[in-house]
Design a protein. Sequence first.
Length: 108
Amino acid sequence: MLIFHGGMGSDASPADMEASMGKWMAWVDKLNKEGKYVSSEPLLPGGKLVTAPSSATDGPYTEGKEVVGGYFVINAANMEEAVEECKNYPDFGYGGQVQVRQVMKLDM
């Protein structure tokens, strides 16, 4: 799973946003053609941080670089291959980061 943090902020110009979206779509298309793309979803801003049964606060993020903007699930043989796929992540130029995590399959 690729978890995206930060990246282009809401103060970007429409032209910058359109150019960034083109890079994103090209990256997704590349992953799809390679048979590595499984699914993805962007996340809406905001949310709640629940820390106890009676405690929910707005947030949970205070800085733009910490905001989780969305996630991808990809097919990769191992962690090294998943990290290699992130080298073309479109939002590095805007301060974005990708957290690469392995998903544990549970048989239920």
